[in-house]
Design a protein around this ligand. Structure first.
Ligand SMILES: Nc1ncnc2c1ncn2[C@@H]1O[C@H](COP(=O)(O)OP(=O)(O)O)[C@@H](O)[C@H]1O
Ligand SMILES: [Mg+2]
Length: 271
């Protein structure tokens, strides 16, 4: 039996992702500012990419020219996902963000009104984009946050800032921005039910079936839960090791021992 390691794992629609989607829909509808915070590895970035359909939309914007349009999925999402670089300045943030925002908006307008002459493309830039999601917002200093707030005010676009826990308290120090925050959302690790669901999926991808009634399986699942605390990234990394250990030892059952051996192969911060 071969255990193929999946390089690109399928997106799992978790409860947290559904809640994130609701946050996006609400911010988009009300044109508010929203904040989403959670520890690293719980799935914030992937949720945002999924909502913005960014794997499909971003490539369309990279080579965009004013005569182009974008496809239905971009028209549907109407969302820009922007990740500031580690070293950023307000000017660069503004420039990079405006570029994506304007290109997507023009692209949508071209798709909706293909007969409208290019010269008549609406003047207020960004009109057809409804939501901007800023990932890694912890990287932004006061001046850049102020820049974003101004961008939000001028364009009327909904804005979501994604960051680590604590970002919501940091933002509270900027009344200009904070007074515009309509929603805050805590992105939590997987609940035990959902972890079981994800694990069943993992077990299946390597050709095994997981049964909660089976003592060995239940014990292995409990070990995964204990080690990962429901952190998606840790689950993925642990499982890559589990797969490797099964393979090199020619095993076909995931036991608690296998999980614990896999854990030793990982460096996990205990903080
Ligand atoms: N909904 C999901 N479905 C499948 N895998 C996920 C999902 N969410 C997170 N992951 C896995 O966890 C990893 C970390 O997710 P990520 O979104 O980067 O976390 P965060 O942005 O919160 O630090 C991803 O690379 C992926 O392997
Ligand atoms: Mg992230």
């Amino acid at each position: 039996m071969t255990h193929a390691v999946q390089s690109s794992t399928e997106f799992v629609v978790t409860k947290e992702h559904r809640r994130f989607t609701e946050l996006c829909d609400a911010v988009r509808r009300e044109r508010y500012i929203g904040v989403c915070y959670g520890p690293p590895g719980v799935g914030k970035t992937l949720s945002a990419r999924q909502y913005a359909d960014w794997d499909v939309v971003h490539p369309q914007l990279s080579e965009y020219r004013i005569y182009d349009n974008v496809d239905d999925r971009a028209v549907e999402a109407r969302t820009v996902l922007y990740t500031p670089k580690v070293h950023n300045t307000p000017r660069i943030v503004d420039k990079e963000l405006c570029l994506l925002h304007n290109r997507l908006s023009w692209g949508i307008e071209r798709a909706l009104y293909p007969d409208r002459p290019v010269a008549d493309i609406v003047k207020p830039p960004g009109t057809f984009v409804e939501l901007l999601i800023i990932d890694e917002a912890d990287r932004l200093k006061t001046a850049s946050l102020e820049q974003l707030r101004d961008h939000h005010d001028r364009t009327g676009v909904g804005l979501i800032l994604i960051g680590m826990p604590g970002i919501e308290r940091r933002l509270a120090r900027y009344p200009q921005l904070y007074s515009r925050i309509g929603f805050a959302h805590e992105y939590r690790p997987l609940s035990s039910d959902e972890l079981a669901f994800v694990l069943r999926h993992h077990w299946t991808t390597i050709g095994l079936t997981l049964s909660a009634e089976d003592f060995t399986d239940a014990e292995a699942m409990a070990a995964v839960a204990r080690i990962t605390g429901g952190n998606f990234r840790l689950v993925q990394r642990l499982f890559a090791q589990v797969t490797r250990i099964l393979e090199i030892n020619n095993l076909t059952t995931i036991t608690r021992e296998v999980v614990e051996t896999a854990r030793e192969a990982l460096i996990i911060g205990t903080a």
